[in-house]
Design a protein around this ligand. Structure first.
Ligand code: NAP
Length: 319
């Protein structure tokens, strides 16, 4: 698996494997997909405590290590969930993730969302938690300080942020002692986040792109009228027909050529294998220009369940 170098000198595979079951795939099914993905050649796995399957995935890793996969060959991420922000809790949370994943260290530890607002697993789109609060740079930095201590202790080899915006990054980056090596954000042809992407590149931060295929099986709460289907966009189809490849591969090749690390999930062995091909060939500049034209500003993970009392709408989360 080809790798890119993070600014802190750590190598990262060019494509990873998602592990969120979208409230549709059971923990055992996701772990089965991870087992197959490892066999197929994936070496980066995007985990999170809230996905509720780290213990099952940990058993797969343990098995892989017994069967010749070396720890240093795989790059595993995890994320502190929103109910574990603040002092003390991120450390507890990482230690639990490490026990579950059966690892001594995590390759990158992320703050999953920039709010301490959480919802019940599997909730519907109208759910709100009355304790939710707007973004606060001070509160975020209190959580980040704890991640920095985990980095110092060698438990997290790199740190990452997720679901950020430029204004939030402007508010926190100057106050970080350990800069994020990675930022995870939603990225697919109909939602390219060009400004935020360029901001990360300019700041030497590598981007991980989630929902790289437009998350066709996302939870019901993340489905809204007017959402675009990325794999049916005319620009994506134009390139896929000309190359005689599946639109999924076009989405992933576009991400890789752009310099993002896509982390598609699949429960299908055929798709797990074919998605890996995106690192074997490159789109041309002309094809990249065609996909640039697919931008529709279509954010799929709007995050409305994290809204606080008094917020106007999900757009408030992304200021
Ligand atoms: N940081 C965050 O807040 C955040 C938020 C959302 C997601 N994520 C991460 O990003 C990962 C990926 O996101 P996602 O799973 O929502 O979306 P995605 O990877 O864009 O889409 C996954 C879906 O696409 C289908 N698929 C995969 N390969 C395909 C192919 N070659 N042809 C046709 N369909 C294909 C899969 O169905 P089959 O099973 O049938 O193949 C699967 O249901 C997650 O698993 C998670 O790790 C992070």
């Amino acid at each position: 698996m080809d790798r890119v170098m993070l600014k802190n000198g750590k190598p990262l595979p060019k494509i990873g494997f998602g592990t969120f079951g979208s409230d549709r795939y059971s923990p055992d099914q996701v772990a089965g997909a991870v087992r197959f993905a490892l066999k197929a050649g994936y070496r980066m796995f995007d985990c999170a405590s809230v996905y509720g399957n780290e213990d099952k995935i940990g058993a797969v890793f343990a098995d892989a290590f017994e069967n010749g996969v070396r720890r240093e060959d795989i790059f595993v991420t995890s994320k502190v969930w929103n109910d574990a922000h603040g002092e003390g809790k991120p450390t507890e949370s990482l230690k639990k993730s490490l026990r579950d994943l059966r690892l001594d260290y995590i390759d990158a530890y992320f703050v999953h969302w920039p709010f301490p607002n959480y919802h019940a697993p599997g909730c519907d789109g109208d759910s709100r938690n009355p304790d939710s609060v707007p973004f606060s740079a001070d509160a975020y930095l209190a959580t980040w300080r704890e991640l920095e201590a985990l980095y110092d202790a060698g438990l997290a080899r790199s740190l990452g942020m997720s679901n950020m915006t430029i204004s939030k990054l402007d508010a926190v980056l100057p106050h970080t002692r350990i800069r994020p090596a990675l930022i995870e954000m939603e990225l697919h042809p109909s939602f390219q986040q060009a400004e935020l992407f360029d901001f990360c590149v300019d700041n030497g931060i590598k981007v991980i792109g989630y929902c790289p295929l437009g998350s066709p099986n996302r939870p019901e709460r993340d489905v809204a009228p007017g959402d675009v289907v990325d794999m049916e966009l005319p620009q994506v189809l134009k390139v896929s027909r000309a190359r005689n490849i599946h639109p999924a591969q076009v989405c992933l090749m576009w991400a890789v050529k752009r310099g993002a690390i896509p982390i598609p999930f699949s429960g299908s062995e055929r798709n797990i294998v074919s998605n890996l091909r995106c690192v074997e060939e490159e789109l041309t500049d002309g094809e990249m220009a065609i996909i640039s034209g697919a931008e529709r500003g279509c954010r799929l993970v709007k995050g409305q369940v994290f809204l606080w009392p008094g917020a106007m709408g999900w757009e408030d989360l992304w200021e």
